[in-house]
Design a protein around this ligand. Sequence first.
Ligand code: ATP
Ligand code: MG
Length: 429
Amino acid sequence: MSKSLQAIRGMNDILPEQTPLWRYFEGTVARLLDNYGYKQIRMPIVEFTELFKRSIGEVTDIVEKEMYTFEDRNGDSLTLRPEGTAACVRAVLEHGITGGGQVQKLWYIGPMFRHERPQKGRYRQFHQIGLEVFNLDGPDIDAELITMTWRLWGELGIRDAVKLELNSLGTSESRGRYREALVEYLSAHHDKLDEDSQRRLKTNPLRVLDTKNADTQAVLVDAPKMADYLDDESRVHFEGLKARLDAVGIPYVLNPKLVRGLDYYSKTVFEWVTDKLGAQGTVCAGGRYDGLVEQMGGKPTTGVGFAMGIERLVLMLETLEQIPEEISRQVDVYLCAFGEEAELAGLALAERVRDQLPNLRLQVNAGAGSFKSQFKKADKSGALYALILGDDEMAQQVVGFKPLRGQGEQQSIAWDALAAHLATCVVQG
Ligand code: ATP
Ligand code: MG
């Protein structure tokens, strides 16, 4: 194929053999979110560039080097969303649905775009399920978010492979005091820092904490600790969160270097990490952002949220072989009809059955074909049963009912009785 007809690097097709697993994952999360009382919101994929600059922060990796930004025909600068929180905050403000302290528990799903170096678990178009809660400021809701993800890992069968890392960044005041102390300490060791950290020291010093550079990490061993600068309010909040996680029995590790890449976090930050995916080990990350709404022009409104990367979680299900068997079977019953008259009768019969069993996955053979070829297709479809309509069946107004997975002999079922019969032998989702 000519080069111009390839997908963009880092932007992947999700092929039909992969979509059952995606839908299983997405369906499981959606059901859980419904059950906990979260409502879905859908935002546009493109926003004004300014939105992301103002919310995510000018000196973050995303805004500095990862955004897909372009000018549209009006000359407006637009950006493909790199994450969901900014647009979600914009939407709740625009529609006034968090005004007067109204609580909103929202979730979204969809593609995000970041110009990163593509590798396993890191793509340029990737998908997130994210969640944002507004106007609940206690540790109880932070705990609910984490508890819900803990339940999700349990349902997916990957709980043993993920670890919760926690930190508190304090209020912006205490973080400011900490930042000063950190800058003072790091400046005294300036020459030992890697180049990137030297730059971050000037622009976004907290981010030096999550450096991967060994020399800088050595310098950080004796650096001031955020925990020593936490204000009382944040300390009480953090204790409240930990007490709740202990009550549910969710293990966690405190990671004082966890700062998250985005500017807007305060108090609680957390990440679920795994060692099963190589370098791209964070599968879900989030935290509290009590100042963001105000920073974006709204009234003071607290917020907390997280986002999980669908590609990484699907990869985990594959790696850990936690793929439920039933999701790969897409067909319950396959109808074969031989001859034009039987095809017409088969079509009408199939529709009658579908009226009565709307959840039945019934596939009607298309493209005619010999007995042998239709039967082969029925078998390959994965169906549990084949329905057969030939001359004999037409004459008697019955349908041949043949188990394909070795449970019993073929039998004849009257057309009128077919739906009732299927209802007894196919478990419908
Ligand atoms: P990382 O440190 O891996 O770059 P991040 O802190 O930039 O992650 P967030 O902005 O917190 O990521 O996004 C939440 C989640 O979305 C991540 O934990 C990850 O699972 C997923 N994610 C982020 N960037 C990508 C990407 N380029 N490709 C695939 N998944 C991603
Ligand atoms: Mg990143």
